[in-house]
Design a binder for this molecule. Structure first.
Ligand code: FES
Length: 121
């Protein structure tokens, strides 16, 4: 039987390893692809992110999808998470907005404020 302190040490170690694995130094773009997102046009938005990144040969961004983000009426939604953990939530996206986010935020590091949830809400 391990002591509480030993268990705590094991937990700490596991958490540290996990965060090392996750922190690949890449920016993550997470697109909401629940039914509501897809109905609102999330697929073309996701494609626009991927195509624009590919066209500009950007290597340090991972585009992934997730299910429900929780605000149907603001779909399509995408979150941009930088390696330092900072999260920007973009709402009511379309392919054109996605391409602008690629250039201004993902490449030049300046979030497109007018498309963020704080501005739209
Ligand atoms: S079902 Fe629409 S955001 Fe969850």
């Amino acid at each position: 039987m391990k002591s509480l302190a030993e268990l705590e040490a094991i937990r700490e170690r596991a958490l540290k390893e996990m965060s090392l694995r996750e922190n690949t130094g890449k920016i993550r773009v997470v697109v909401g692809m629940a039914t509501c997102g897809i109905a609102a046009g999330a697929r073309p938005v996701m494609n626009a992110f991927i195509e624009e990144l590919h066209k500009r040969n950007v290597q340090n961004v991972n585009v992934t999808m997730t299910g429900c983000i929780g605000v149907c009426r603001l779909e399509p939604i995408a979150e941009v998470i930088t390696p330092d953990g900072k999260k920007t939530t973009y709402v009511k996206l379309d392919p054109e907005k996605a391409r602008r986010i690629v250039v201004e935020h993902l490449i030049n590091g300046r979030p497109v404020k007018e498309y963020t949830i704080d501005e739209v809400e």
